[in-house]
Design a protein around this ligand. Structure first.
Ligand SMILES: Cc1ncc(COP(=O)(O)O)c(C=O)c1O
Length: 447
C-alpha cells in the first residue's frame, strides 16, 4: 500500500524554534520609532510585550529553545501529519507528488495555536493577568482564547465588525474558552471612538482592531498585547511547521521543488518556508510561493516601504510590503487575508526575490477548495484554499516528476456560510482598485 500520512511521534516535536535572521545573506531593516525616526529599543515595546518575547523579536540566535510547558501543550496536536494528496493527484493525472502539512488538526482548527500557546505562556511567566488582541476571521481570536484558558489568563478580543456578524460560531468558540469579544471599531477605546465619529457604519479592519487592542494594553499595566502574525517572534513560533515538515520529507526521501502557502500577515507562510530558505539559497530552482487574494494584494500590488502596523498609527514603523495603513478591505470571505501589510521578514524575502507572490480572485480559489474537499475529504479554510489553488495550477502545468508541499493552514468548518454562497453563485470576484491603492499610499509616514 502507498502511504498517505507521514506521522512523527510526540517525542519528535521540535525542541527549538528556528530563527532565520542570522542565516539571511542581508540584514533586516530595523523597526523605527515614529516619533524619533530611530530604530526602536526593547524599552519602547515594554508597555505591551513581555521582555522574553521582545528578546525573541530582536534575537540574532539561530535556535531558541521551546519551553517544556509549551511542548507539553503542543502534544495535544503536534506533530501534525504530512499528507500526500494521492486522490487529488489521481484526479489531476499529474506527475507532481502533492504533499500538504495539515495544521487544521489543532484544537482550534488552524496554525494560529502554535504561537498563541507560546505567547500566553511567556505573558503568564511575566506576571501578566490579561491579553488584548484583534481578530479578523476569528481564527486567531479563537486560538488565543484557548491559549489564555490553558494558562489561566483573561482575554479580550477586538473582532473586525464584518466578521463579528459573518462568523458567529467563532465567537462561540472564544466564549467557551472564556474570552470577552468586542466588535471593532468600538466605543471602548479612543481609537475606536474616533473612527466611529468619522464613519458610524465602519465595518472595521484588522488595522483598526489592532489599534484598539494596542491602546488597551498600553494603558493597562496588567494587560499586554498579543499579535497573531506579522512580527518576527510570531513567525519564529510557527517554524515548528517547517521543521516537522523537513523531518517528514527526510523519512520520505523527498526534497521540495515547490513550497506554497497563503499569506495574510505571513505567519503560516513563514512557519512552513523559513526553515527551507537556506536550502533555496543553495538550490535556486526550488520555488517558494506566497499566495494572496486580489482583494488585498499587499505583496503583489503594495510597495516596500516603512508603514504603521495599525490604522491609528500607534505601532512602530515596519519596513514591509503595504497597501497603506488606512487600507479598508472589501468583505471577502478569506477574512484572515485582509491585512494591509505583511511580515517584514517575508517582505524582505520577496524584495530580494527569494520568494515569489501571486494574487487570485475568490471564485477561482473556492473552486480549488471544493475540488480539494471532493478529492481529499477535508474542507479547507478559504485562506488555505489560496495555496491549494496554486498547488493545483502547478500540478496541472508541470510535466516532470516533482515534489510539491503546501500548507493547509486551517479547516473551513466555520466558513460553511461562505461555501454556501459560492455554491449558490452569490459570491463575486473583487480586485482592490489600483486607484484606491494609490490613494491609501499617500498617507505613508515619511521616514
Ligand atoms: C486558516 C488561516 N490561514 C491563514 C491565515 C493568514 O494569516 P497568516 O498569514 O498570519 O498565516 C489565517 C488568518 O487568520 C487563517 O485563519
Amino acid at each position: 500500500m502507498d502511504n498517505v500520512k507521514t506521522l512523527l511521534g510526540e517525542g519528535r516535536i521540535p525542541h527549538a524554534w528556528y530563527n532565520l535572521v542570522p542565516d539571511l545573506p542581508f540584514s533586516l531593516p530595523a523597526p523605527i520609532h515614529p516619533a524619533t525616526g530611530k530604530p526602536i529599543s526593547p524599552d519602547d515595546l515594554r508597555p505591551i510585550f513581555p521582555l522574553s518575547l521582545i528578546k525573541q523579536e530582536m534575537s540574532g540566535e539561530r535556535w531558541i529553545e521551546i519551553p517544556d510547558k509549551v511542548r507539553q501543550i503542543y502534544r495535544l496536536w503536534r506533530p501534525t501529519p504530512l499528507r500526500r494528496a494521492r486522490r487529488l493527484e489521481k484526479y489531476l493525472k499529474t506527475k507532481v507528488r502533492i504533499y500538504y502539512k495539515d495544521e487544521s488538526v489543532s484544537p482550534t482548527g488552524s496554525h494560529k495555536t502554535n504561537t498563541a500557546i507560546a505567547q500566553a505562556y511567556y505573558n503568564k511567566e511575566a506576571g501578566i493577568k490579561r491579553l488584548a488582541t484583534e481578530t479578523g476571521a476569528g481564527q486567531w481570536g479563537a486560538a488565543l482564547s484557548f491559549a489564555c484558558n490553558v494558562f489561566s489568563l483573561g482575554c479580550r478580543v477586538y473582532m473586525v465588525k464584518v466578521s463579528f456578524h459573518q462568523k458567529p460560531f467563532r465567537k462561540s468558540m472564544m466564549r467557551i474558552w472564556g474570552s470577552e469579544i468586542i466588535a471593532s471599531p468600538s466605543n471602548t477605546t479612543e481609537s475606536g471612538r474616533k473612527i466611529l465619529k468619522e464613519e458610524p457604519d465602519c465595518q472595521g479592519s484588522l488595522g483598526i482592531a489592532i489599534s484598539e487592542a494596542v491602546e488597551e494594553a498600553a494603558k493597562n499595566k496588567e494587560t499586554n498585547y498579543s499579535l497573531g502574525s506579522v512580527l518576527n517572534h510570531v513567525l519564529l513560533h510557527q517554524t515548528v511547521i517547517g521543521l516537522e515538515t523537513k523531518e517528514q520529507l527526510k523519512i520520505l526521501k523527498e526534497a521540495p521543488d515547490y513550497l506554497i502557502a497563503c499569506v495574510g500577515g505571513g505567519s503560516n507562510f513563514g512557519g512552513l518556508v523559513l526553515p527551507f530558505v537556506k536550502d533555496k539559497l543553495k538550490k535556486p530552482g526550488m520555488r517558494i510561493i506566497a499566495v494572496e487574494p486580489s482583494a488585498c494584494p499587499s505583496l503583489t500590488k503594495g510597495i516596500y516601504e516603512y508603514d504603521f502596523g495599525d490604522t491609528a498609527s500607534l505601532t512602530p514603523l515596519l519596513k514591509m510590503f503595504t497597501l497603506g495603513h488606512k487600507f479598508m478591505p472589501a468583505g471577502i470571505h478569506a477574512g484572515g487575508l485582509r491585512y494591509h501589510g505583511c511580515s517584514p521578514l517575508v517582505s524582505a524575502l520577496h524584495d530580494k526575490k527569494i520568494i515569489e507572490a501571486y494574487a487570485f480572485q475568490q471564485l477561482e480559489v473556492f473552486e480549488a477548495a471544493v475540488l480539494f474537499a471532493q478529492t481529499e475529504g477535508i474542507i479547507p479554510a478559504p485562506e488555505s484554499a489560496h495555496a491549494i489553488k496554486v498547488a493545483i495550477d502547478i500540478a496541472k502545468k508541470e510535466k516532470k516528476s516533482k515534489c510539491l508541499v503546501f500548507n493547509l493552514s486551517g479547516h473551513g468548518f466555520l466558513d460553511l456560510a461562505s461555501y454556501d454562497k459560492f455554491l449558490d453563485r452569490e459570491l463575486v470576484n473583487y480586485a482592490h482598485p489600483t486607484e484606491a491603492i494609490k490613494e491609501a499610499l499617500k498617507d505613508l509616514p515619511k521616514v
